[in-house]
Design a protein around this ligand. Structure first.
Ligand SMILES: Nc1nc2c(ncn2[C@@H]2O[C@H](COP(=O)(O)OP(=O)(O)O)[C@@H](O)[C@H]2O)c(=O)[nH]1
Ligand SMILES: [Mg+2]
Length: 241
């Protein structure tokens, strides 16, 4: 199936060349769209020089840093317009090993609407995280799954493949959240439209170069949104029944 990997970047000059080369060797037939938000470190220029070298890579330059969710809305919008059948989300900092791309794609080709690269199914791992970080992530995910009533162990993972068909159905342009809240809402909407989700084990490694752009604000936003959706869709609707 024709596949587009959307790679949002902000200040990833240290990683972009490596990640693009590794994507190309792991999955030679996928196209890549880098969505760069005006990184001052020249990420977009580097992306373009790799595009000339490797082919089937494009760089979409946006003027200002607008968040991860906005970058995916933009990139997936382009993917839908151009008729891609599978759309992939992946971080550019090498936390997501490009060698897992074929298994995510196979899961979608085998019939899943969404295949999540998951740290919390057997075989998945985060070797470097201390227990408290893991606990925050695991319990945040359990809270989301319990409140929203869906069976996803790693709804905050940003490494995943969707069918274009399910992306059309979920109307992602109306999603406002960024970061973890964005990932949870995408998975939740797939569930609400009756889509099937499967989780493929991945080993998540922390970035070794560059800096994380996530903040505690993004975590708080995600917890707030999950609670709000649960009240809206379950508690209120349940009472009306
Ligand atoms: N285009 C774009 N990419 C972003 C933005 N914020 C983060 N990213 C990219 O999104 C991916 C995940 O961000 P990262 O900082 O590694 O988040 P973390 O892994 O949760 O710490 C990386 O490829 C970032 O470069 C943004 O505002 N715009
Ligand atoms: Mg990261």
């Amino acid at each position: 199936m024709r596949t587009l990997v959307v790679l949002p970047t902000y200040q990833e000059a240290a990683n972009i060349a490596d990640v693009l080369r590794r994507i190309r060797s792991a999955a030679p037939d996928v196209d890549v769209l880098v969505v760069d938000d005006g990184s001052p470190d020249g990420t977009a220029d580097l992306g373009e020089s790799l595009a000339r070298e490797l082919g089937a890579i494009r760089v979409e330059r946006r003027a200002a840093k607008s968040g991860l969710g906005s970058a995916y809305r933009h990139g997936f919008g382009i993917g839908l317009d151009e008729g891609y059948e599978v759309l992939v989300e992946m971080d550019a900092d090498l936390s997501h090993d490009p060698s897992a791309l074929p298994s995510l794609r196979r899961a979608v080709e085998a019939g899943a609407d969404l295949a999540i690269g998951s740290r919390y199914v057997p075989g998945g791992s985060i070797p470097e995280w201390p227990w408290y970080r893991r606990a925050l992530s695991v319990w945040g995910n359990r809270y989301a799954a319990g409140m929203l009533g869906f069976d996803v162990r790693d709804a905050t993972s940003g490494y995943r493949a969707y069918t274009a068909e399910v992306i059309r159905k979920i109307n992602m342009q109306t999603i406002k959240a960024d970061g973890y809240g964005f990932q949870i809402e995408m998975a939740y909407r797939v569930c609400l439209v009756g889509g099937t989700t499967t989780e493929i084990p991945i080993n998540f490694t922390d970035r070794t170069l560059g800096q994380s752009k996530m903040s505690s604000r993004i975590v708080v936003e995600a917890l707030y949104l999950v609670t709000r959706w649960a009240v809206r869709d379950r508690l209120v609707a349940g009472r009306r029944r």
